[in-house]
Design a protein around this ligand. Structure first.
Ligand code: ZN
Length: 582
């Protein structure tokens, strides 16, 4: 492609509305332009990268035995009503009425395709002999994003690869899940992304049933804990804290239990200020309803409760914070003064609560707190649990090294769905004995444009983007310095032709512009290898070859330039492939 013939609107300055590097660089390098909040056009350079990511995804899904199809973005609303997702999605589901003749039809734009694929499979597959099967597509998804931001990282319209597996047993599900997991590792490695496979909340199946693939990035919206020593990684909802269960006993140096007046102080911050005690000295007493039964959950004042862990510890189907009436009935006090001493409901505590001597807690009485509260003397605990969000610096649950909290961009997710959709949409199979069962499903998503944005967010320097060969819009940029010089242009045309014929993606900057201007644009768009033709080198019969991420160019005699470029590209491809797991 010739620069003068394509459409690469680069920008010198950072656009004022772009907050993070990927958004700034994708705009400046002419990869994307915003149409409106949450909707972007991919310009030719950006689209080439998206297409390359898409092709890698497709090759690896095919290699893993998944079968490609293509489903409509337009979907009838009643499918979402049958699965309960119309209500669950709420405003996020884009849906509307259209007029068809004399009737109105209610449609949705697909946020994902569980409903459509399950309905399809329910109609056409019905025997154990036809299973397992894994079907996928690469397609545009729609979700009404309340706060679109960060360029193409959070939009209302995005390109996703979504795969769905259907099987007869947990064994079949686990086998497909493992295949998908391995395919994802290969995909992200081939795309040149540094990623973490992160344990995530398991949903309906329980156990080790969900992983998110995250690109660590300081501007990422997801929070992950990671142990560099053993590789343990989990999202914040899932992460264990690595604290051992404590057997609380009598604390030495226990102060007397004292009731103090705390008028109007209902929060940790207010009480901490009023009584001059650190939040870590306080016990937060949260009243939850676990399957409708009240329970008091004790968390250290400076920690954050984790509802999924609380639900698991209580073996409850659902947990939610109790309403005011329930809190009054179990504590005898208004909201904000609950404490474990004398409370009228079961009590569970986080591991770290047992270690607090002379704690401060609510007194179960309006406008009063207790000081000098000690486990074993003033209230009893038979055991403690991991009930809080993990923090930076917690011990690793696997190896006891220290956990680090990092931010990440989610690029993929593999999930064991179970039978939620197959039950509600009647996707059933007959087993060997002609018995009917719901199919067991998994779903596997990849944000294709997030692969490109994730690279832009993590692979750049002060001059612009640095692409891996595999995703770069073009592999080689030919820069003739003086386009009015016939000798320069004859060479440039020859390199362009010979490399193109050899299957290399070549862009030629044939614009009549100053060398400095062209070099700036070249750095900004980040094409991996550049060939510079002109100046002193040309007089000496040489051209300059330079990797985007190398400090200095190498010189090559004109006659050997094309062969040298091809060798350099081949070496780089081998290097990139070495990072890809088997
Ligand atoms: Zn570890």
């Amino acid at each position: 492609m010739r620069w003068s013939k394509t459409f690469i609107p680069t920008m010198k300055e950072n656009p004022s509305d772009a907050e993070i590097p990927s958004h700034q660089l994708m705009l400046r390098a002419g990869l994307i332009r915003q149409l409106m909040a949450g909707a972007y056009t991919y310009l030719p350079l950006g689209w080439r990268s998206v297409r390359k990511a898409e092709q890698i995804v497709r090759e690896e899904m095919d290699r893993a035995g998944a079968i490609e199809l293509f489903m409509p973005a337009l979907q009838p609303i009643d499918l979402f009503e049958r699965t309960g997702r119309k209500e669950a999605f709420g405003n996020v589901l884009i849906n509307f009425h259209v007029q068809r003749g004399d009737r109105k039809v209610h449609l949705a734009l697909g946020p994902t395709h569980e409903e459509v694929i399950t309905d399809l499979v329910a109609r056409h597959l019905n025997s154990y002999r036809q299973l397992p099967i894994c079907l996928y597509q690469i397609q545009t998804k729609f979700r009404n994003e309340e706060r679109p931001r960060f360029g193409v990282l959070r939009t209302s319209e995005f390109i996703m690869k979504d795969a769905y597996s259907f099987g007869t047993s947990l064994e079949q599900l686990n086998a497909v899940y493992d295949q998908m997991y391995r395919a994802y590792c290969r995909i992200f490695a081939r795309c040149g992304l540094k990623y973490l496979a992160v344990e995530a909340e398991s949903g309906p199946i329980g156990g080790d049933a969900s992983h998110e693939f995250m690109v660590p990035a300081s501007n990422g919206e997801d929070r992950i804990v990671h142990c560099a020593a053993c590789g343990y990684a989990a999202n914040l909802e899932r992460a264990e804290t690595g604290r051992a269960s404590a057997k609380p006993g009598k604390a030495p140096g226990a102060a007397p239990l004292t009731k103090v007046a705390t008028p109007g102080a209902t929060s940790i911050e207010q009480v901490s200020r009023m009584l001059q005690c650190a939040p870590s000295q306080m016990i937060k007493t949260l009243i939850y309803k676990a399957d409708e039964r009240p329970v008091a959950v004790l968390i250290r004042g400076d920690h954050e409760a984790n509802e999924a862990k609380i639900r698991r510890a209580l073996a409850a189907k659902s947990v939610e914070l109790a309403d005011e009436a329930t809190i009054r009935s179990v504590t005898g006090a208004p909201v904000g003064f609950a404490g474990p001493v004398g409370i009228q409901c079961p009590v569970v505590a986080d591991h770290d609560v047992a270690g607090i001597t002379n704690a401060v807690t609510g007194a179960n009485e309006a406008d009063a707190h207790l000081t000098g509260v000690n486990v074993g003397r003033d209230f009893q605990l038979t055991s403690t649990h991991d009930l809080r969000m993990a923090l930076d610096g917690d011990p690793c649950p696997r190896c006891k090294a220290t956990l680090k909290l990092v931010h990440g961009i989610e690029v993929g997710h593999v999930f064991k769905l179970g039978t939620k959709y197959s039950v509600s949409l009647a996707a059933e199979f007959l087993d060997e004995k002609e018995q009917r069962h719901p199919m067991i499903m998994g779903c596997y998503g990849i944000g294709v444009n997030r692969i490109v944005a994730g690279l832009a967010e993590t692979s750049f320097d002060e001059n612009g983007l640095i692409w891996p060969l595999s995703i770069a819009p073009y592999e080689v940029l030919v820069i003739p310095l003086n386009v009015t010089d016939p000798e320069t242009m004859e060479l440039a045309e020859r390199f362009y032709r010979e490399l193109s014929e050899a299957g290399v993606d070549v862009l030629m900057d044939d614009r009549d512009a100053r060398a400095g201007f062209k070099f700036k644009d070249a750095d900004l768009i980040g094409i991996p290898l550049r060939i510079v033709i002109g100046g002193k080198g040309l007089k000496e019969g040489q051209v300059e070859l330079k990797w985007r991420n190398a400090a200095a160019p190498v010189k090559a005699p004109i006659g050997e330039a094309v062969a040298t470029v091809r060798e350099m590209l081949a070496e780089r491809r081998v290097e990139e492939a070495a990072a890809v797991p088997a």
